[in-house]
Ligand binder design. Structure first.
Ligand SMILES: CC(=O)N[C@H]1[C@H]([C@H](O)[C@H](O)CO)O[C@](OP(=O)(O)OC[C@H]2O[C@@H](n3ccc(N)nc3=O)[C@H](O)[C@@H]2O)(C(=O)O)C[C@@H]1O
Ligand SMILES: CC(=O)N[C@@H]1[C@@H](O)[C@H](O[C@@H]2O[C@H](CO)[C@H](O)[C@H](O)[C@H]2O)[C@@H](CO)O[C@H]1O
Length: 334
């Protein structure tokens, strides 16, 4: 081989190598590097009482701890606590409906969580990177497992576990068969975005005439749950997630309706409820990755989220910040 053709051959080889590398990085689920991946050890991670609170105060300020996690009847019945904002960041204008809902539900944190010396929590996002993760046993070992929306456990136990201590949901995201996807004592925490959301839960629990209009997706009309399992999330947590994590304007014009995702809201909640916060199943594909499915349980892409008022790249930065400062740790990659 002459030196010229050897050069040509080496150049070809280099080209093939580059093409293969580019193809590999595109064909990966997404192109985030595994910067924030926390390998799981067999031993339980040490839990330091008040650690998450310390971290939360750095992000959210000192006063957020004084807020109740769930809305309480006494604040609407006796005191009539005024709220600055309408839903979803406050309760202004929805007080009467809310009062009726609070009269038939509960607000307590269960004794099983209350009595823990140190609360180890995991927030399970609905992301595709949980698929084939085999994290089920690891997830089940946390004291508190927080799940989101209609994310299933049945059939996915090996990857996502089967324990559900808390599930955040809104009417449009409520699973039609809550008994299958939750435990009998799971707290079902309603995240209200509009007055109709309170109305929906009232009609379900009091078996009043259902209203079908006013939802962007038909919620269940019959929903087999125990009212004692239901809680109403304090909108304050959505306010601080929007303000402190995403710097969103709190009073938005009618047109812009930006809001944190339920997952980011759940991380915010966990930083206030727990002593240790781990996350799994968080992270969206890059915007150009149009074919990648986003959930561990169904085939839908980022396109489905257009118009839902979320800025997933901004949220990724917020999560990265929390990972970098050690406020949360990640069981999957990010
Ligand atoms: C069509 C639509 O509106 N989809 C929204 C769905 C939908 O309403 C429910 O699944 C019920 O069907 O809900 C959302 O979110 P969703 O239910 O998809 O996911 C729950 C949370 O997991 C995190 N997540 C999810 C997928 C992924 N690839 N990476 C992630 O990090 C996010 O933090 C996300 O919040 C929601 O409530 O936030 C946000 C989605 O925009
Ligand atoms: C005004 C109105 O109902 N807007 C709907 C949005 O709330 C809704 O977004 C969805 O709203 C939910 C609350 O109801 C959650 O925030 C969820 O993360 C978000 O995706 C989208 C879904 O595609 O449809 C619009 O018509």
């Amino acid at each position: 081989m002459t030196s010229k053709s050897r050069c040509k051959f080496l150049a070809m080889l280099a080209l093939v190598f580059v093409v293969v590398m580019v193809w590999y990085s595109i064909s990966r689920e997404d192109t985030y590097f595994e910067l924030f991946y926390f390998p799981i050890s067999e031993k339980k991670e040490p839990c330091f009482q008040g650690e998450a609170e310390r971290q939360a105060s750095k992000i959210f300020g000192n006063h957020s701890r004084e807020q109740p996690i769930f809305l309480q009847l006494k604040d609407y019945f006796w005191v009539k606590t005024p709220s600055t904002y309408e839903l979803p960041f406050g309760t202004k204008g929805s007080e009467d409906l809310l009062l009726r809902v609070l009269a038939i539900t509960s607000y307590s944190i269960p004794e099983s969580i209350q009595s823990l010396q140190c609360r180890r929590c995991v927030v399970v996002g609905n992301g595709h990177r949980l698929r084939n993760s085999s994290l089920g046993n690891v997830i089940n070992k946390y004291d508190v497992v927080i799940r989101l929306n209609n994310a299933p456990v049945a059939g996915y136990e090996g990857d996502v576990g089967s324990k559900t201590t808390i599930r955040l949901f809104y009417p449009e995201s409520a699973h039609f068969d809550p008994k299958i996807e939750n435990n009998p004592d799971t707290l079902l925490v309603l995240v209200a975005f509009k007055a109709m959301d309170f109305h929906w839960i009232e009609t379900i629990l009091s078996d009043k005439k259902r209203v079908r209009k006013g939802f962007w997706k038909q919620p269940p009309l019959i929903w087999d749950v125990n009212p004692k399992q239901i809680r109403i999330l304090n909108p304050f947590f959505m306010e601080i997630a929007a303000d402190k994590l995403l710097s969103l304007p709190i009073q938005q014009s009618r047109k812009i309706k930006q809001k944190p995702t339920t997952g980011l809201l759940a991380i915010t909640l966990a930083l206030h409820l727990c002593d240790l916060v781990h996350i799994a199943g968080f992270g969206y594909p890059d915007a150009y990755n149009k074919k990648q499915t986003i959930h561990y349980y169904e085939q839908i892409t980022l396109k489905s989220m257009a118009g839902s008022g979320h800025n997933v790249s901004q949220e990724a930065l917020a999560i990265k910040r929390m990972l970098e400062m050690g406020a949360v740790k990640n069981l999957t990659y990010f």
